[in-house]
Structures are given as structure tokens and as C-alpha cells.
Design a protein. Structure first.
Length: 454
């Protein structure tokens, strides 16, 4: 875990806009160093196993890598392969944009026209534009995803075309939600599935043929070759290795693997598209189509984050053991990719490197030493909502917390009464009256909830 590898590659890119490399009087190189120190700390504190940063701007492309492909594995670099999760949705959006350029599909094309089977009237009215902008009224996931086949470590693996068809022929759309932003893996997975059925080719084959080959992205795929398996950075929760995900039926929602080198090529093609049909498709895919509550603007899958003077074009990704970020600044002409093979958020690193004047790095909570004898007083079963508990136990010198239906994870002392997870961004505080714990407070997602001890 302590070994480190920094790899920096430079190349000259012709025709890029030269802009001042200064934000509010501080050099961009200083921000890069801050980001490097941040990811180093994530790995050193065992909150991540391996992280790769790729940056492309007027200086060329460069990579900063820290950590390993597995706890006892080789060092990661710009060629290490990661599951990119929902960043795959932007590839689905680009495939549809190409179909639009060729006149095969329109933004207003409906599911009634595109699906090879009948669905309910309201579902049939849903358009490609609504699907691509997460305003279709479809749920995040199909309700029959885990019926009789639930595997939390690989949740999409057994979901078939017949399962998808059965769901779509039922109540697949919540009418009152049509036109409202509601992020949907189902909708984007369905979109990729439609392309497969129309073309007779797999999602992977379409991506390789229509995107990867023109851009010379040689290691972006769904199924790994024997050689690519050697490049794979294994997924982790903190430092515990977990299973890779298989997403056969809803591939368009998140099935792709890629590396930092390929992803910078992909972002460059969006930031500097040039001319021709491919560039026209990029233009269609990155237009403003829908504004969500809170100000985020949607392209075809891309999320555009408004700043005081410009927009960032971004998307994040997450599967069981990976967190990823890809984005670019079309005005400042800078692209950033961050790939992490642990379930640890790295979106803040990507946004910081794209807009350090407006986005900071998250605070990394560090473990402090406490007398482990106090742990005995924290043991108990705490009911979060009816039927859902957080059970706190002691395992040697470790304090463990287990939510109903989930594994037990160690929580680490931030103080004698407040603890934090390394597997998720959450904290637990034990509240006492005298020497007795009366309840705990769970802090997660900017909210806190008091939980009484049973």
C-alpha cells in the first residue's frame, strides 16, 4: 500500500486554444499538486486502493497515478482498466446522436415506434429525448431486477431481455414524473437495448465500431480479452476486493470498462470535435435539452454543471467497487478523468481540477487513537426506521456497524464518540446521558438522523 508510482506523459496537441493557466492568482500546477496529495492521502489512509488522474489541456496530456490494481498487486497507470459505470451512458447518448445524424432516429422518436413489442399507452409516448435527459418517468431500476435471482455482488448479471420486456409491458412509467428529472439506469439501459435489437449487434460491438475505432480507443470494452485481464484494476470496498459487475441486458447504463488514456481521447473528441458527421453527432449530444431543479443542464446523458461564467460537461460513474469521473471545460479547453478502483468518491477531484476557483476538495477524515475499552458501551441494536437496524458490535479492537441486509463494516474513531466509515461517506455519533448511550446519530448525504438504542 505504501508504494507509489507517479507517471507523467507529455505530448503537444495542435490547434488547442491557448488560455492563461492562472486561476485567481494561483498557478494551475499548484492545484494539480493539491489533487495529487489528496489522492495519495486517500490511498495511504486505506480509503482507496488505486487512483489514476488524466488531464488534457494546452500543455498536452499528463497522468498522475497512485496505488495498485489490488492490495498486493502491481501499480496502476494510465493503461489500467477500470469499470467506468454510468459514464457508459454518454456513449449511449453519442450512439443515438449518430443515429440522428444519419436520419434513423429523431429526438421525438417514441418507445411505441422503437420497441419491437407493445407497451402501455403512456409508456409508448415516452421519447428518446426524455430518456436521454432522465425525464422519462421511469424508475431508477426495474422492480423485477432481483426477482428470485438477487446477487448483491453482481446485481445485473441475471437480468434478461425477457425480464426487461416483462417489466416494460407493465406499469413502466410513473405518469406524474414525466418531464421531471429522475435519474434512471433503467431508461438508459433500455436505450442501449433498443439499439442492440435494431442493429442485431451487441452494445459493445456498436461502441467499438462507431466510437472506439474512429478515436483509436483500443481498450474500451465490455468483455475483457486475456491481455486486457492483465490490465484490470480490481474493484474494492475500502481495501476489500469485490466482484466485477456484468450488465448484459442494460449495458447502455453502465457496462463499459476503460482506462485514462482512452478516456482522454474520448473527452478530446468532445472538446475539440472538428468537422464531419462524428463532430455533428458530438454537437447534438452536448446541446442543452433539459434543465433540472437545482440548475443542472442535461445533454444526451451528459450533465452540464453551471459555473459563474461557463458550463462544465461531466458525468460520474460507480459500480460495486469503482468510482469514476469524466468531464471537460469547453471554454477553458481542459479535460479531466479520474478513475478509482474503490467505492470512494472521486468526483470532487475531477471538479476541482476543472474549476478550482469554484470547487474544493472534500475533507479527508483521519483516524485518531482512542481507548478501545469504550467500544463495549456502544454495542447494541439501533432502529433507523421500522424493521431496519444498525447493529454495533466489537471484534477484537475494532468497532463494527452492520445495517440490515448488509455486511458489517469497521467504523473508525474521529473522536471518542464519533466514528466514520471508509466504505461510504457516512459517520456515526454515539450520544450519552451520563455513562450510558441513549442513541446514535447517523450523518450521511448532508443529513443526520437520530437512532434510538433498542
Amino acid at each position: 500500500m505504501k508504494a507509489k508510482v507517479w507517471r507523467i506523459g507529455l505530448c503537444v496537441l495542435v490547434g488547442m486554444m491557448l488560455l492563461p493557466n492562472i486561476f485567481y492568482g494561483q498557478s494551475y500546477e499548484t492545484y494539480e499538486k493539491e489533487a495529487q496529495a489528496h489522492v495519495k492521502k486517500l490511498v495511504d489512509n486505506e480509503m482507496a486502493v488505486g487512483i489514476v488522474i488524466g488531464i488534457l489541456d494546452e500543455k498536452g496530456e499528463r497522468y498522475y497515478s497512485y496505488g495498485k490494481k489490488a492490495v498486493d498487486g502491481d501499480a496502476v497507470d494510465e493503461f489500467s482498466l477500470y469499470e467506468i459505470g454510468s459514464i457508459s451512458k454518454t456513449f449511449t447518448g453519442l450512439l443515438y446522436a449518430q443515429e440522428m445524424v444519419e436520419g434513423n432516429i429523431k429526438l421525438g422518436s417514441t418507445l411505441k415506434k422503437l420497441l419491437p413489442y407493445k407497451v402501455r399507452k403512456q409508456t409508448g409516448k415516452v421519447t428518446i429525448e426524455q430518456i436521454m435527459t432522465h425525464s422519462s418517468g421511469m424508475p431508477r431500476l426495474p422492480s423485477n431486477l432481483g426477482l428470485n435471482k438477487a446477487d448483491p455482488s453482481n446485481p445485473y448479471a441475471h437480468y434478461t431481455n425477457e425480464d426487461l420486456k416483462a417489466f416494460m409491458q407493465g406499469k413502466a412509467v410513473e405518469t406524474r414524473m414525466i418531464g421531471e428529472y429522475s435519474y434512471s439506469n433503467l431508461a438508459m439501459g433500455l436505450a442501449g437495448n433498443i439499439l442492440e435489437q435494431r442493429s442485431g449487434k451487441s452494445f459493445e460491438a456498436l461502441v467499438k465500431e462507431r466510437i472506439c475505432e474512429p478515436l483509436k480507443m483500443e481498450n474500451t470494452c465490455v468483455n475483457l480479452s486475456d491481455g486486457q485481464k492483465e490490465l484490470l484494476a480490481m474493484g474494492h470496498v475500502a481495501t476489500e476486493q469485490v466482484s466485477n459487475w456484468d450488465i448484459p441486458t442494460l449495458a447502455g447504463a453502465g457496462a463499459l470498462l476503460s482506462n485514462a488514456s482512452d478516456m482522454l481521447r474520448y473527452l478530446d473528441a468532445h472538446m475539440n470535435p472538428g468537422a464531419g458527421p462524428f463532430a455533428e453527432a458530438v454537437g447534438i449530444g452536448t446541446k442543452d435539452y433539459f434543465t433540472a431543479e437545482g440548475g443542472a443542464v442535461l445533454g444526451l446523458a451528459w450533465h452540464k454543471k453551471p459555473l459563474s461564467d461557463r458550463q462544465l460537461v461531466t458525468h460520474g460513474g460507480g459500480t460495486g467497487g469503482y468510482r469514476t469521473f469524466a468531464g471537460y471545460d469547453p471554454v477553458g479547453k481542459r479535460a479531466v478523468v479520474v478513475l478509482c478502483n474503490s467505492a470512494t468518491n472521486v468526483g470532487d477531484v475531477g471538479l476541482f481540477l476543472l474549476a478550482p476557483e469554484e470547487h474544493g476538495l472534500s475533507v479527508i477524515v483521519e483516524e485518531v487513537k482512542v481507548d478501545t475499552k469504550v467500544y463495549e458501551g456502544y454495542k447494541g441494536k439501533y432502529e433507523l426506521v421500522p424493521g431496519f437496524f444498525i447493529t454495533v458490535t466489537v471484534d477484537g479492537d475494532k468497532l463494527m456497524a452492520q445495517a440490515t441486509g448488509q455486511d458489517a463494516f469497521q467504523i473508525y474513531p474521529k473522536s471518542e464518540t464519533r466514528f466514520f466509515y471508509k466504505v461510504v461517506q457516512a459517520e456515526i455519533e454515539f450520544v450519552k446521558e451520563g455513562d450510558k448511550v441513549t442513541h446514535l446519530i447517523l450523518y450521511q448525504g448532508g443529513e443526520k438522523k437520530a437512532v434510538k438504542v433498542e
